[in-house]
Design a protein around this ligand. Structure first.
Ligand code: ADP
Ligand code: MG
Length: 353
């Protein structure tokens, strides 16, 4: 589904160990590293299991069961998911859905409306039209009249969630409506795993799916968990910035991996501006948000990406939310952040002083 954040903890802690030569070697706690694939991308976890010991298989199973709950509800690529069933539902009659899916849609929309609806899960037909959805790549760039036609059934008022006696229902105002929740899958996944680990009294962990991360406590060396923001110019190279989320959720939206190039060499992002029906065109290539839940950050990051760096940083100031942006200026990546992000650029109490 999206880009990779590098969990740079191991790499950085090795460097710190070297630099502390001569001092007493710090105690390193036993930890378990688990990785795998989900949602068309990669996940990684580092857990300090404490009393549970090295039960890597058990933790892997817990995580993958949680990811399955998410994909069963929202995967556009699984024909048996609830959202795929709804997207095929060629009717304006309400369709019964899980309470989980109903609640996710409600929360995503609550966050989306905070950013003026530039994150809009009903953009699915536009995403498909531009070739980033389940229908594969387009032959050519859609015409304005094709875009206008599709926009007739895109918008917050084109579908509705309702609850009756503890049951949830989803209905379309037009049978052609389709929903796309893929941008929040990673956030939902890491939130669920974090909740499970919290329930099991695991107090030190880092869980990431692509660009969505949850951390708690400290790393095996007893230091803050460190997470890298991918360099948009060299996604597989060194991180562009190192961040310490201090127990908060963090996610990054990046438009540098998934795009298509037309016959004239013009690049089209997979992020659609619902106000125009077209892919975003500005030079902002990465937006990182830190907040309490990864569902919130994963909803906001894509929306703030639509808005672009200036508006995203301003929005963060007005809403006391930590934002970090990367723009391409003269071919080079340039990072900016607002003051609410500053505490997260300081790692370990020592550096923070
Ligand atoms: P990124 O790393 O760029 O955030 P994601 O996979 O999280 O990538 O989100 C991008 C996906 O979200 C697109 O492929 C598309 O399916 C969907 N999408 C694109 N534009 C919007 C939008 N304005 N609102 C909601 N979803 C969108
Ligand atoms: Mg997102």
């Amino acid at each position: 589904m999206k880009r990779k954040i590098i969990a740079a903890a191991a790499l950085l802690s090795a460097a710190l160990l070297l630099s502390s030569c001569g001092e007493e070697a710090p105690k390193v706690k036993d930890s378990i590293k688990i990785s795998g694939q989900t949602m068309g991308t990669y996940y990684a976890m580092t857990i300090i299991p404490g009393q549970y010991g090295n039960q890597a298989d058990k933790f892997k199973q817990i995580a993958e069961d949680e990811f399955k709950v998410v994909t069963n509800a929202i995967s556009s690529f699984d024909p048996n998911s609830e959202i795929s069933r709804f997207n095929r539902w060629n009717s304006t009659e309400p369709l019964k859905i899980s309470k989980y899916l109903g609640d996710v849609i409600q929360e995503v929309n609550r966050q989306a409306l905070r950013i003026d609806g530039v994150l809009d899960i009903s953009v699915a037909p536009l995403v498909n039209l531009w070739g980033f959805g389940t229908d594969g790549r387009p032959e050519k760039v859609p015409t304005q009249s094709q875009i206008d036609e599709v926009r007739e059934y895109v918008g917050f008022d084109k579908y509705k969630v309702s609850y009756i006696g503890g049951m949830a229902f989803l209905e379309k105002g037009d049978p052609r409506v389709k929903l796309d929740l893929s941008t929040v899958g990673e956030g939902l996944g890491v939130d669920r795993v974090a909740a499970k680990l919290d329930e099991g009294m695991i107090s030190d962990y880092l869980v990431s799916i692509a660009g969505a991360v949850r951390t708690r406590g400290t790393n095996p060396e007893g230091k803050d968990w460190k997470v890298g923001i991918v360099n948009p110019v060299q996604p597989d190279g060194q991180p562009f910035e190192i961040v310490c989320p201090h127990g908060m959720a963090m996610s990054t939206s990046g438009s540098y991996r998934n795009y298509f190039v037309d016959e004239n060499g013009k690049r089209y992002s997979h992020i659609i501006d619902p106000r125009t029906g077209k892919p975003i065109e500005h030079h902002t290539v990465s937006v990182t948000v830190i907040e309490r839940s990864a569902l919130v950050t994963d909803t906001l990051d894509t929306g703030l990406m639509v808005m672009g760096a200036d508006a995203a940083l301003k929005w963060g100031d007005e809403h006391e939310t930590a934002i970090y942006t990367i723009e391409i200026k003269d071919g080079k990546p340039v990072g900016r952040h607002n003051r609410y992000f500053e505490p997260y650029l300081k790692c370990d109490a020592k550096d923070a002083q």
